[in-house]
Design a protein around this ligand. Sequence first.
Ligand SMILES: [Zn+2]
Ligand SMILES: [Zn+2]
Length: 78
Amino acid sequence: MLCPLCNGLDRVFPLCPNCEEILEDAGMLENFFAPYNPYLAQEILEASNNANHDECIHLFSCPKCGYDQRLAIKKIDT
Ligand SMILES: [Zn+2]
Ligand SMILES: [Zn+2]
């Protein structure tokens, strides 16, 4: 099982609810936060323990207003 976004096989373009700008994929949540904030990393760890292992959680953020959103990306079989 692999995540199509992490592996460059697919892309998604969610829109910002505030300004309808296309949100940028900031990558896997773990990669994004872990090096900077141990407290958040713990929260993410707990979240991913509860999460479906068939999914990869990505963080998308709006380049315009800073809005961010987590999206669970379904992993695919190879
Ligand atoms: Zn991924
Ligand atoms: Zn925005």
